[in-house]
Design a protein around this ligand. Structure first.
Ligand code: SF4
Length: 374
């Protein structure tokens, strides 16, 4: 049910209806949206302002939820990682990040409200094949459909008791390359931002891409109002092609050229993600080259210290070196932040939890098999 815009629910419902019935249905589609996205209901019976006969008809046409949560990991910093299972038994992850806790003064007045970011997946697996990524190791399985993308948002809001009016930030930075599944991601963005539903402004939604040039151009032409982030990670093609093999097709110059034409919202910047790998791309020489590359952009650089995992060959950079790198950019007018690592204690980098659970399933299957053999 999360895969439909109100007008689509309306169109399916009114196939054989008269004009007056159609008007009624239009209002009902809005009511249904309210139940799904403001009350987070999971069954049609709870939609109490809709007639019973109609609820039964809805239940015969639609199914609300298509995902099951398989596992949740809670980090000490408030980050929660969810492992979802699709109807065809595939696993993918979403991450709930508490960016800021509520600040209340002694009189109970709210000084600062809490801030949340949801990191969503767009595919099961990924075909881009970045060498530092756990998701890439499992290869590509399939695209998530729009409903499966939207349901991640609803689930995370409901499970974390976030009021329907409270807006959150959305980043398409989980498993998968969102621009490799642009049709479903674009549809999901339209549903997530719909005013009768979740109403999360598109300027609060960021698509993070490894740099598929024709798809950046397509996304720009759609003019959805979303933000874009590029996983740059290197300042020369030699290193970037090693880290992100697709760079051999769409090199740094081509990707930056396409980003120059991307429609930016007022006061917004293009986000450049730079995964900092110890002794690989963390020197001042690299910082200098980065400043040159980003000349002419309204840019923000997010420095992400690598989050090591058991089968990675890279290491986490030293804090002092990272700081020097960030200061160098900052002094030359580039907004640069060092992204605080969230959920370090819970396999928070994308694909790590899925791999862990799959390995566990594999071990359990193996044990079961061995037991059967005894
Ligand atoms: S980092 Fe992102 S684009 Fe690269 S392989 Fe992993 S999921 Fe795909």
């Amino acid at each position: 049910m999360y895969a439909f815009l109100p007008e689509e629910i309306f169109a399916i419902e009114t196939l054989h209806h008269s004009h007056s019935e159609k008007l009624q249905e239009k209002f009902r589609a809005k009511q249904i949206y309210g139940w799904l996205y403001n009350k987070y209901v999971l069954d049609f019976d709870s939609m109490s302002n809709i007639a019973k006969a109609h609820r039964e008809r809805l239940a015969s046409v639609f199914r609300i939820s298509h995902l099951q949560v398989r596992h949740i990991e809670q980090s000490s910093d408030g980050t929660r990682k969810y492992l979802f299972q699709t109807h065809d038994n595939l696993l993918f992850e979403s991450v709930f990040i508490l960016m800021r806790e509520k600040v209340i003064d002694d009189d109970g007045k709210i000084l600062k409200s809490e801030k949340y970011t949801f990191c969503l997946s767009s595919q099961v697996g990924c075909r881009v094949g970045c060498v530092f990524c756990s998701t890439a190791k499992g290869g590509f399985v399939r695209n998530l459909n729009a409903g499966e993308i939207v349901e991640q948002v609803v689930f995370l809001k409901r499970d974390n008791h976030i009021d329907s009016h409270k807006s959150v930030n959305i980043v398409f930075m989980g498993m998968g390359e969102p621009l490799d599944n642009l049709k479903n991601v674009a549809k999901a963005i339209k549903i997530i931002s719909h005013k009768d539903g979740l109403n999360i402004a598109t300027r609060r939604q960021t698509i993070s891409t490894s740099g598929i040039v024709p798809q950046i151009e397509r996304l720009g032409a759609m003019n959805l109002g979303v933000q874009i982030a590029l996983s740059l990670h290197a300042v020369d093609d030699c290193l970037r092609s090693k880290l992100i093999p697709m760079n051999k097709v769409y090199n740094i110059a081509k990707v930056l050229e396409s980003l120059k034409k991307f429609p930016l919202q007022a006061r917004k910047r293009i986000l450049f993600e730079y995964l900092v790998l110890k002794d690989v791309n963390d020197s001042l020489e690299h910082a200098k080259k980065l400043v040159k590359l980003l000349h002419g952009f309204r840019a923000k650089v997010n420095l992400i210290p690598f989050n090591p995992h058991s089968d990675s060959v890279f290491e986490r950079p030293r804090r002092e070196k990272l700081k020097l790198f960030a200061d160098y950019l900052y002094e030359r007018g580039i907004v640069a932040t060092i992204r605080e690592s969230r959920g370090l204690d819970i396999n928070a980098a994308c694909g790590q939890l899925r791999q862990k659970i799959q390995n566990k399933d594999f071990l359990e299957d193996k044990i079961a098999l061995n037991n059967n053999h005894v």
